[in-house]
Design a protein around this ligand. Structure first.
Ligand code: SER
Length: 373
């Protein structure tokens, strides 16, 4: 008998009953008293919450961060515009507001979350609200609230309403005592940032809810994500986004990490595709619920060399930020994502040369438009 099943049975016996969840007349048959959100012990979260022919109804939290709008556009192409709701606590710019459903959601307000899930018949939730590594160190109590308390609300609402839940984790979930080159899926995780600590917590809590209550929790540890049309918000890998903009605008870039700082990275198109692929993977293909995913690994020096091939006058200088450098020095240099490749067929498209060409083309057309105006 699989371990998961055994654990569920043991837990079920301990609680008096455990089996498939049936909700009668809108009420769970049984509540688990220890849960702050009254999760039914007998809910079967593996039951599909939409039939094979239906499209999922998607909610994205933290929708105005680096990845939310790109993910919404990507999913809307697949599932239809109206089936993907972007949400945030901030006011969206016009073009985002008019590109598809957008609503206010505050992940620290459980009732607000529940209302959104119920009123919109949400079945898939992508939880993108989080404070990143550098900004988290500058505001630990806010990072703790958003990244940990907020996550608890998300797990509870997902469990309560049988949602399939995606939570991104990160290279930042590893620390100085983890193997760094390469970093496997399963190894010591003792991060030294509140961001990393909160993401290890998210991985463990999500997996716990999966094994304990059957929550369909899926998690990828993203490398640094490089996006063309959206800015990251306070991460250690941000330099690898900013460099393209500055190279074309000013012909130079001041890097806040040392030239030899090697980190795993990925272009946003690969990131979004990986995310959808793991969400669509058949449950029995997932030997784990948290996977490393990777595409490439480079240093600021490598990246600058590649940019130079396209922008011959480009110059990079270094002005090291000690907080970011200490964080980067504790993170993986290379990410071992062989389990994702084996289990659900992960394969990246963008290596360093394609990344640089794509980013410079994007910003190049941008710059030309700005110059023409
Ligand atoms: N991009 C993130 C950061 O630098 C890592 O997940 O904080």
């Amino acid at each position: 008998m699989p371990v998961t099943r055994m654990l569920q049975q043991v837990a079920g016996q301990m609680l008096g009953r455990l089996a498939c969840g049936c909700w009668t007349a809108g009420q769970p048959l049984r509540f688990l008293g220890t849960s702050p959100r009254q999760i039914p012990a007998d809910a079967n979260f593996h039951c599909a919450s939409f039939s094979g022919t239906d499209q999922p109804r998607v909610l994205i939290t933290g929708g105005l961060g680096q990845l939310g709008v790109g993910l919404a556009n990507f999913l809307r192409k697949r599932f239809g515009k109206d089936n993907v709701i972007l949400s945030d606590i901030r006011k969206p710019p016009d073009h985002i507001f008019h590109s598809g459903p957008f609503i206010y959601s505050d992940i620290l307000d459980y009732k607000n979350l529940r209302e959104i899930v119920v009123n919109n018949r949400v079945t898939w939730l992508f939880h993108y609200s989080a404070l990143l590594s550098a900004v988290g160190e500058a505001n630990v109590s806010l990072a703790r609230a958003v990244n940990i308390t907020g996550l608890h609300n998300i797990l509870d609402v997902a469990a309560e309403h049988n949602l399939r839940l995606f939570v991104p984790s990160t290279i930042g979930a590893f620390g100085p005592t983890s193997p760094r080159n390469p970093t496997p899926d399963l190894c010591v995780q003792r991060p030294r940032t509140i961001y990393g600590v909160s993401k290890v917590h998210a991985e463990l809590m999500g997996e716990y809810y999966h094994y304990r209550y059957g929550l369909d929790f899926r998690c990828l540890r993203y490398p640094g994500i490089i996006s063309a049309d959206s800015q990251p918000g306070g991460g250690t890998t941000d330099y690898a986004v900013q460099i393209f903009h500055d190279a074309l605008k000013n012909g130079k870039f001041e890097c806040n990490l040392k030239p030899s700082t090697r980190l795993p990275m990925m272009y946003i198109d690969d990131c979004l595709r990986a995310t959808l692929e793991v969400m669509e993977a058949p449950a029995d293909s997932l030997s784990m619920r948290t996977y490393n995913v990777n595409a490439m690994s480079f240093t600021p020096e490598d990246l600058a060399q590649e940019v130079l091939k396209h922008v011959p006058e480009f110059q990079i200088t270094y002005n090291v930020d000690s907080v970011r450098q200490a964080i980067a020095d504790s993170w993986p240099m290379n990410f071992d994502d062989s389990n994702a490749r084996k289990d659900w067929g992960w394969k990246h498209d963008f290596d360093l040369p394609e990344l640089v060409t794509t980013m410079l083309n994007f910003h190049g057309s941008d710059t030309r438009v700005a110059q023409a105006n």
